[in-house]
Design a protein around this ligand. Structure first.
Ligand SMILES: [Zn+2]
Length: 350
């Protein structure tokens, strides 16, 4: 009965989720897709909540003049302006979500909040260390010295140097409630995609602002962080189970259209990772000893490409993803890991 009520309240969505504008989701909540300067990821959704106390944004986009212009135009179509934004609640500190919030703060004094555990990546941020400093060391442990050298050589671009980055006005904590005039939002820590990722629920309206934790069409990357945690996949799977235990809600994610059921998508994501764990285990059983060897033995992307044919940064995330799966298999007792000469090697448990 409840699901039916939620489904009926969801407004018609455009066929192409990236179509610019302020698309109504339910009363007083709008989805604003903003174009991204990235290969492969076309846009990020910013959600706008109209509250008598001011506008609340969930995420803000990739800082830049085009983002600010598109966001401003979308707000104007609703009769508002950028100055009407009371605060931005950011699901995680990746640039496509966080940096435009900091740009708004710099020009308009807008309040910005992000999950407390993002402090590691924010406080460790120093481009003098290179673009992917931690990942270079992890790739060596994965048995991929040549790939590590190529990742270490990725240059820091001027755009990277110009990007606003730093601490928010306040950190968000798990379980924190944010009382607006008309609704109450609940913050839940969902580490995995990043260690400080949060989702924001509006339980009485049946909405979940899911950031990149639950995406309708893709699985979120692990390993893109400046300062990643030790076991990101274990955290991610725990965070999926946490969201599955909340009442079902409309899925308002950061990349993709609004869909009707968080639970349906979480079940698919858990099944995907279970298949992936099985496949990694099969590769270890047939003799692949390192994360790099497993990654080279497996097909990648929907087009079943070989690891060596992927762009270097995608090779990096692919190997680190396998590394995270090997850690979970070791925690489950399915494989045994040993470190020798700075490289972690795995064998099937007897
Ligand atoms: Zn994102």
């Amino acid at each position: 009965m409840r699901e039916r009520t939620l489904a009926l309240r969801l407004r018609d969505q455009p066929d192409d989720w990236t179509e610019p504008g302020a698309h109504p989701v339910v009363d007083q909540v709008y989805r604003v897709p903003l174009t991204l300067p990235l290969d492969g990821l076309a846009a990020v959704n910013v959600y706008v909540i109209e509250d008598p106390g001011g506008l609340i944004l969930i995420d803000a986009g990739w800082a830049g003049p085009e983002t600010e212009k598109a966001l401003g135009e979308a707000l104007r179509s609703l009769g508002h302006g950028l100055g009407d934004i009371d605060q931005v609640i950011v699901t995680h500190a990746h640039w496509d979500h966080y940096t435009q919030a900091l740009a708004l703060r710099a020009s308009l004094g807008t309040r910005v909040r992000v999950g407390r555990e993002e402090r590691h990546t924010i406080e460790d941020f120093d481009l003098a260390d290179g673009v992917w400093p931690r990942q270079v060391g992890l790739l060596l442990e994965c048995g991929a010295p040549e790939l590590a050298a190529r990742v270490a050589a990725v240059p820091v671009e001027q755009d990277d140097r110009d990007m606003p980055f730093g601490p928010p006005d306040a950190w968000l904590s798990d379980g924190e409630r944010i009382a607006l005039s008309d609704r109450r939002l609940v913050v839940r820590a969902t580490p995995g995609h990043t260690r400080g990722h949060v989702v924001v629920g509006d339980p009485s309206a049946g909405l979940l602002f899911a950031g990149d934790h639950v995406l309708p069409h893709i699985t979120p990357s692990l390993g893109f962080e400046r300062s990643p945690e030790t076991y990101p996949l274990r955290s991610y799977l725990d965070s999926l189970r946490l969201v599955r235990e909340l009442p079902d809600a409309l899925l308002l994610s950061a990349h993709g259209p609004v869909t009707r059921s968080v639970h349906t998508r979480v079940d698919e994501l858990i099944a995907h990772h279970e298949e992936r764990l099985d496949e990694v285990l099969r590769q270890v059983a047939s003799g692949a000893e390192t994360a790099y060897a497993v990654a080279r033995a497996m097909p990648w992307t929907r087009r079943q490409r070989r690891l060596d044919d992927l762009p270097v940064v995608h090779q990096m995330t692919a190997v680190l993803e396998i590394d995270a799966h090997l850690d979970v298999l070791a925690q489950q007792g399915a494989v045994i890991g040993q470190r020798a000469g700075g490289v972690r090697r795995f064998a099937p448990a007897a």
